[in-house]
Design a protein around this ligand. Structure first.
Ligand SMILES: O=C(O)c1cc(=O)[nH]c(=O)n1[C@@H]1O[C@H](COP(=O)(O)O)[C@@H](O)[C@H]1O
Length: 238
């Protein structure tokens, strides 16, 4: 278990992002840049964040034909980020192509970014999956099936809810990462998230990384809430 807390920087622009990061002074963070920030600011925001010493998960959830994903990943590999992702629903050939692209785009001697696959979004319920996607059975099974495909294609792990972390590790080994959004404190609004867990439960269930957005970014005191969630996640007794 890696036990890192990744803060989702879901902000509309660089100014708000850098203002938020400045609250943390010299503290080094693991942050996630997703579609909202990247599509409105482009890659420049990544070098800015990296130059501040933070680790970056670039969450663009690629999902296209294998050749397009391969060429896109070749470009993303040159941005110096630590984690990238795809949708497992794109299939094993697409995921394999993602790794090929990352390998081709990573500078000689540098470490290629970890590549993980989104399984069933944490905003999806079991009922929605059955009725809208016409996938029968339990969401655990669907997440596990996607994870098996991701592992077969050479990916490093999956994005899933903490509730599925045990089954991911049981069938794919403890080294295969379960990166888990859908984290809420008991007093938090769940917003659009459906499959959620507290940071304590995520630790008990074996999540490798937790991804936390609004509970921290919208808090009156983000640094305080960050440390509260991090302590709960790391099992630190205060
Ligand atoms: O790939 C992701 O990061 C992701 C996958 C998923 O299934 N669910 C999910 O919430 N996420 C991301 O995780 C973050 C969760 O944010 P909060 O709900 O605000 O904590 C958002 O940036 C989402 O884009």
């Amino acid at each position: 278990m890696k036990q890192s807390l990744i803060i989702a920087l879901d902000f509309p622009n660089q100014e708000e992002t850098i203002n938020f990061l400045s609250f943390f002074k010299e503290e080094k963070l693991f942050v996630k840049v997703g579609m909202e920030l990247f599509y409105q600011n482009g890659p420049a925001i990544l070098s800015k964040i990296k130059s501040m010493g933070h680790q970056v998960f670039l969450d663009l959830k690629l999902h296209d034909i294998p050749n397009t994903v391969k060429q896109a990943m070749k470009g993303l590999a040159s941005l110096g980020v630590d984690i990238v992702n795809v949708h497992a629903a794109g299939g094993t050939k697409m995921m394999y192509a993602a790794i090929e692209g990352l390998d081709a785009g990573t500078e000689a001697g540098a470490q290629r970014p970890l590549c993980i696959a989104v399984t069933q979004l944490t905003s999806t319920t079991n009922e929605q999956m059955n009725k809208e996607q016409l996938i029968p059975g339990s969401i655990d099974n669907s997440v596990l099936q996607y994870a098996k495909l991701a592992k077969a294609a050479g990916l490093d792990g999956v994005v899933c809810s903490p509730l599925e972390a045990p089954v991911i590790h049981q069938y794919n080994g403890s080294g295969f990462l379960a990166v888990t959004p859908g984290i809420r404190l008991l007093t938090d609004d769940s917003h659009d998230q459906q499959r959620i867990a507290t940071p304590e439960l995520a630790r008990q269930l074996g999540s490798d990384y937790i991804v936390v957005g609004r509970s921290i970014t919208k808090a009156a005191d983000p640094v305080d809430v960050y440390h509260t969630i991090r302590n709960a996640w790391e099992g630190v007794q205060i």
